[in-house]
Design a protein around this ligand. Structure first.
Ligand SMILES: NC(=O)c1ccc[n+]([C@@H]2O[C@H](COP(=O)([O-])OP(=O)(O)OC[C@H]3O[C@@H](n4cnc5c(N)ncnc54)[C@H](OP(=O)(O)O)[C@@H]3O)[C@@H](O)[C@H]2O)c1
Length: 228
């Protein structure tokens, strides 16, 4: 937070709740301007993730997250993924219930399509979506443009991904500008859309400083043309 980060994104299922406890141990009482975002709707008890979107489970997990995070109200509560075995309207209804009850302040979705987002929005206001998006993976371009039109925040996960196809274009730009490829990836995202809010993960203070510094990097037209 001292470096200027304002959003921390976690999930109920990360390390079976331990990650949320770690966030609370490190940061609570939370200062002004700190936005804690968490997720529910996916369980990862073993090596694979399974969707779990039953309304009673989603509501229970929000209450558990609130306790673990030491928060009265969860600022942003996201459905980790849509459960195909549960009617979408029931999952949206649970999110609406949490919002109406004041358990959460805002609701987000993760791994959704434009059509699903719009179905949810018929039942509950949606503040953000969290989908995979980066220089290397632009398959959700339609969703990003939709979020931009509708004023919905777009939180790309895996924002630093540089595939073997893209990396050779990025490296010379990074060298020319005297920055790292990760910084180019983040600066490109931030310049790509005003609703973009990248959530790179790191366990390295050096990488954290590097990632935060990417906010101040402006890619010139030559770089943007090559990357687009
Ligand atoms: N909604 C979803 O389904 C979904 C799925 C996956 C992730 N996410 C979210 O995405 C966020 C981040 O996820 P994540 O931590 O799994 O992974 P990530 O951001 O995709 O990548 C983390 C990796 O990037 C490395 N890294 C970070 N900064 C770097 C830098 N400047 N240079 C080189 N390497 C760097 C880290 O290594 P070091 O530790 O060495 O820096 C780590 O190996 C979380 O909020 C998570 O919840 C969401």
């Amino acid at each position: 937070m001292e470096a200027g980060c304002q959003l921390i994104d976690t999930a109920d299922a990360y390390a079976l709740g331990l990650n949320e406890e770690l966030v609370a141990d490190a940061l609570s009482p939370y200062g002004d301007g700190v936005l804690i975002a968490t997720k529910a709707g996916q369980a990862g008890p073993g090596t694979r993730w399974v969707p779990l979107g039953r309304p009673d489970y989603l509501i229970q997990q929000a209450h558990v997250s609130r306790l673990r995070l030491k928060l009265e109200v969860i600022p942003l509560f996201q459905l980790h993924r849509v459960d195909p075995t549960v009617p979408l309207a029931d999952q949206a209804g649970a999110l609406k219930h949490l919002l109406d009850d004041g358990v959460v302040e805002a609701v987000g979705l993760s791994r959704v399509s434009v059509a699903q987002l719009e179905e949810f929005r018929e039942i509950v206001p949606i503040a953000s979506v969290q989908n995979k998006y980066s220089l290397s993976d632009r398959s959700d371009e339609d969703l990003l443009e939709h979020c931009e039109r509708e004023g919905i925040a777009f939180l790309p996960w895996r924002p630093l991904e540089l595939s073997e196809t893209v990396a050779p274009t990025v490296q010379p730009i990074a060298d020319r500008l005297g920055v790292t490829p990760s910084q180019v990836a983040l600066a490109w995202l931030l310049q790509r859309s005003p609703v973009m809010l990248p959530i790179p993960g790191t366990a390295s203070p050096t990488h954290l400083a590097e990632n935060v510094a990417a906010r101040d990097l402006t890619l010139d037209d030559e770089a943007l043309a090559a990357l687009s």
